[in-house]
Write a protein that binds this ligand. Structure first.
Ligand code: HEC
Ligand code: HEC
Length: 207
């Protein structure tokens, strides 16, 4: 891991202090024409070499406790990068990475990952999966969508890593300072660990 950081600081300039508004403008302008969109994907793929050790080359994570980035909504990804960079969302590795990438690189990597496809997972426990589906449709679909694709700043959940979902939902509950000011904090108060297991099982197999 140390080697990754040494290489990263060698190759990249210090991130420019860009405001979130400027980053969103940059993202929108790259999404608006097919040429700038294609260029962003090519350059983002190149710059994602450091990310792929954990999030996978195609955005399907290499370990079950690391989130997929594939098909994630670009505005949500951009927002999370800002939160890591300003330590409003806390993860040591991600904060170091977020502050060492230029605005241009962040946006290109995000566009690249958002265009990749999530690999489908199958369930090993249909009973758990069915209970999860019922709970999801009742308590989660109003924001994350019936299909689990989310929208804009609402994250896609469909196909997300099972263990990452469990850890994240537990953290909203017991370690709120990791992601403060999140609407998720009041939602998880009613979830018992059995509910979390069922939800994660169903969500990770949504296509
Ligand atoms: C050493 C492993 C590692 C590397 C390398 C890494 N990440 Fe992460 N990333 C993580 C972990 C672990 C999390 C989840 C942190 C948490 O629990 O909040 C994460 C979370 C994220 C999130 C939030 C996703 C979500 O669903 O909320 C984004 C965006 C992200 N990483 C982007 C990147 C990008 C882009 C790179 C490359 C520049 C990168 N990461 C490199 C481990 C890594
Ligand atoms: C009122 C709208 C709302 C409802 C209802 C809701 N969520 Fe969320 N959820 C959000 C928002 C907004 C975020 C992103 C905020 C953040 O970063 O904490 C989020 C984030 C998440 C994340 C983190 C995603 C990631 O990639 O890190 C998970 C997991 C999650 N929600 C699961 C659920 C589950 C399971 C339910 C139902 C029990 C649910 N949500 C209901 C609004 C909602």
């Amino acid at each position: 891991m140390r080697l990754i950081f040494i290489l990263l600081s060698f190759f990249s300039l210090q991130a420019n202090a860009s405001s979130t508004d400027e980053l969103v403008k940059l993202l929108d302008s790259k999404l608006s024409t097919s040429t700038s969109f294609e260029e962003a994907i090519t350059s983002g793929k190149e710059r994602a070499w450091v990310c792929k050790f954990c999030h996978g080359e195609d955005g399907n994570s290499t370990r079950d406790n690391i989130p997929n980035l594939a098909s994630q909504n670009p505005k949500y990804l951009l927002r999370q990068f800002e939160l890591f960079a300003t330590k409003q969302r806390y993860d040591k590795t991600m904060t170091e990475l977020a502050t060492s990438l230029t605005a241009e690189d962040r946006v290109n990597i995000i566009i690249y990952y958002s265009t990749q496809l999530v690999k489908n997972r199958t369930t090993s426990n249909q009973i758990l999966n069915n209970s999860g589906k019922e709970k999801y449709n009742l308590q989660c679909s109003s924001c994350h969508g019936n299909d689990g694709y989310g929208k804009e700043l609402l994250p896609r959940l469909a196909g997300q890593s099972n263990q990452y979902l469990i850890n994240t939902l537990n953290n909203y509950k017991t370690n709120p300072s990791k992601r403060p000011d999140s609407p998720m904090q009041s939602i998880v108060t009613t979830l018992a660990s059995q509910d979390i297991e069922e939800l994660a099982e169903y969500i990770s197999t949504m296509k």
